[in-house]
Write a protein that binds this ligand. Structure first.
Ligand code: G4P
Length: 527
């Protein structure tokens, strides 16, 4: 096998997603410890913005600092190169997470055993499902009392509209938590809250009717385990790797991340089954990772991390071929060649200059303002990667320049922040007013703060009564024209000039959808 192909097949690129507090940071850290990428617990900083410090901008900057340094956390395990792409810890930045999910090949979803499926678990899993991204669930905090295992599996299936396949099963929980039976490897793994996983007893049981089971977990737990496993085998399908890879079934593991329990089982199964870098759709054709020509797209931008240098870092997911330092690549949108003398790999807070990167890898490129989210780089072929949607925002405000002498700085700052994907901006056709749309409240404060500190500009917000912004298209030009005329006051353009309908209420949205059946209303911009 060529060295390119063997490098490609070594890559596993995924994200860990969870509702805040479920244990994403803790699990990430334990995985990095296994891979030897960090030596001590506590080395991975939580990128959460604590609720009590929502308007503390030092906290936001601290979070940005952590986010840039932990964008990719890579480690080697069993000869594989594993890339964990970090996602923001605060739900107001969910859109950033959605974009990161376009750059991974699979996901691990952490669920808190007591809280079950939470709001962010639902939203993020839904984004994975839109793309058939293979998912593994990790039910965390089994050292605490929580929901019954069967109840949780039902909840995951119903709320998330997925089919599950438990590959490990808890023996008790909370005070009575004895360990897990690993159905993937047919092993019993015993819990020792004070021990390290390496020291833990793991006993292989090909057959649970083995009378030795009682010796390890006691009579009543053995009886329950046998019954439950029998029931699981009757109710859930046997594990089928292809069904997992197609996003049809989701393996489930149980454990306790903070105790490093059940994590090795998860990782060992993950490296066995998780997909190698997958092909990616472009508007023109399917791009396969093994193609020899390089292609990649920008899924994340961090700007102005260093106040003395107005530079940005654009994160590019390599989709095909080999990326090389100092080689000329074509920026498709700008129709220009660029070469990158100092591409960087951000690996668990270590920054290294990189000579080459392979499909599945993420490269950080220093940029002076040429990149936007979604931009494509290739060796010349005109390609446009699909699947970097902008989601219909949920909160809206008018934004106005608050310092007439700084109009230019204001406009530039806003434009750059929008390129970075901090929020979305719509310009209303009828009066030219700018409307900022976000998923969360926090972005408004972030924009205001960053305009001041990075662009020396001031903004002011005014309330706007809006329920939703949705993109509109139609195959029937006459119908579209009529719609645009009738709803003139509610039409805007997004940053790419696409038409957007601004609906004041849910009722209005429903009515126009009924009255204009030939017009299509889209809730993501990828139409
Ligand atoms: P997040 O990134 O998903 O937001 O969650 P994070 O890992 O920060 O974990 C949230 C809290 O849950 C942390 O406690 C963490 O220690 C705890 N936790 C993680 N895994 C387990 C587990 O298996 N069992 C139990 N009982 N707790 C777990 P914290 O009090 O918020 O922070 P800390 O002071 O402990 O760091």
């Amino acid at each position: 096998m060529s060295s390119f192909l063997s490098e490609l097949r070594r890559r596993r690129t995924f994200a860990i997603i969870a509702h805040p507090d479920a244990g994403k940071t803790t699990l990430t850290e334990k995985l990095l410890l296994f891979g030897g990428a960090i030596q001590t617990a506590g080395a991975v900083k939580s990128n959460k913005i604590k609720k009590s410090t929502v308007s503390d901008f030092m906290e936001i900057e601290r979070q940005r600092g952590i986010s840039v340094s932990t964008s990719v956390m890579g480690f080697e395990y069993r000869d594989l190169q594993i890339n964990i792409l970090d996602t923001p810890g605060h739900e107001d930045f969910a859109e950033d997470t959605y974009r990161t999910l376009t750059a991974v090949d699979s996901a691990i979803v952490v669920v808190d055993v007591a809280k079950g499926v939470e709001k962010q678990t639902e939203k993020l899993t839904q984004v994975c499902r839109m793309r058939d991204t293979p998912i593994i669930f990790f039910v965390n905090k089994l050292d605490r009392e929580g929901k019954d295992g069967f109840e949780l599996l039902d909840e995951i299936e119903q709320k998330l509209d997925v089919k599950v396949c438990p590959l490990s099963w808890p023996i008790g929980m909370g005070q009575r938590f004895k360990g897990v039976y690993n159905m993937y490897e047919r092993k019993l793994v015993l819990f020792n809250p004070h021990g390290k996983q390496e020291e833990e007893a793991s006993i292989t049981f090909k057959d649970l009717s083995d009378p030795n089971l009682e010796k390890h977990i006691g009579e009543s737990a053995a009886k329950i385990l046998r019954e439950e496993v029998e029931m699981l085998e009757a109710v859930y399908p046997a594990f089928d790797k292809n069904a997992y890879l197609n996003g049809e079934i989701c393996p489930v593991f149980f454990g306790s991340a903070v105790n490093n329990f059940g994590v090795k089982e998860l990782l060992d199964c993950f490296v066995d089954i998780a997909p190698t870098p997958l092909p990616r759709e472009t508007e023109e054709r399917l791009v396969r990772p093994e193609e020899d020509k390089f292609s990649g797209f920008v899924f994340k931008i961090f700007a102005n991390m260093d106040p003395n240098h107005r530079n940005r870092i654009a994160f590019v997911r390599v989709c095909s071929g080999k990326f090389e330092r100092n080689k000329n690549y074509r920026h498709i949108r700008l129709e220009r060649e660029f070469k990158f003398p100092s591409p960087t790999m951000f690996m668990a807070s270590k920054k290294t200059l990189l000579e080459e990167a392979y499909p599945g890898d993420v490269v950080g490129l220093y940029d002076t303002g040429n990149f936007k989210i979604g931009d494509t780089l290739t060796e010349g072929e005109s390609l446009h990667f699909k699947g970097i949607p902008a989601f219909s925002p949920e909160q809206f405000r008018y934004v106005e320049n608050a310092d007439p002498l700084k109009q230019k700085q204001f406009a530039k700052g806003l434009e750059q922040l929008m390129d970075e994907g901090v929020a979305q901006m719509f310009i209303r056709e009828s009066d030219g007013r700018r409307i900022i749309g976000t998923v969360g409240q926090l972005q408004f404060e972030v924009i205001q703060h960053r305009l001041e500190s990075e662009y020396n500009a001031k903004c002011r917000y005014e309330p706007v009564n809006l329920h939703k912004a949705c993109w509109i298209t139609s195959d029937n030009l006459q119908a579209l024209k009529t719609f645009l005329e009738r709803r003139k006051r509610d039409i805007a353009r997004d940053k790419d000039g696409l038409l957007v309908f601004l609906a004041e209420t849910a009722w209005i949205l429903q009515t126009v959808q009924e009255n204009f059946p030939d017009v299509d209303f889209h809730f993501t911009s990828e139409v």
